[in-house]
Design a protein around this ligand. Sequence first.
Ligand code: FES
Length: 110
Amino acid sequence: MSETWTWVCATGELLPGEMKIAFDETTGAGILVVNLDGTLYALEDQCSHEEFELSAGSIDTGEGSIECVLHGARFDLRDGRALCAPAYEPVAKFPVKIEHGGIWARDDRE
Ligand code: FES
């Protein structure tokens, strides 16, 4: 688990419908941060189907989901749950915050 927050980007660099990638400074985990209609969400940047980068896929702001480009699984951006096959397990959801003009996230898994 990382106690240290990782810098993602300045707040003005992540507009609604956009995503940014960062790597947790302690665990090295890829973190996908999304601005969904003004609310920030952070998920592990890894599909639960075959460990592929979710950030290579596309966001559906209407559904609030991201689709894995490899086999088409979709995940809810708000909580990481799998919405359709071939993925059944959720992806990890991480804490995200705004502080000192920037967006920060961290891998809080044990
Ligand atoms: S690796 Fe993501 S759906 Fe298969």
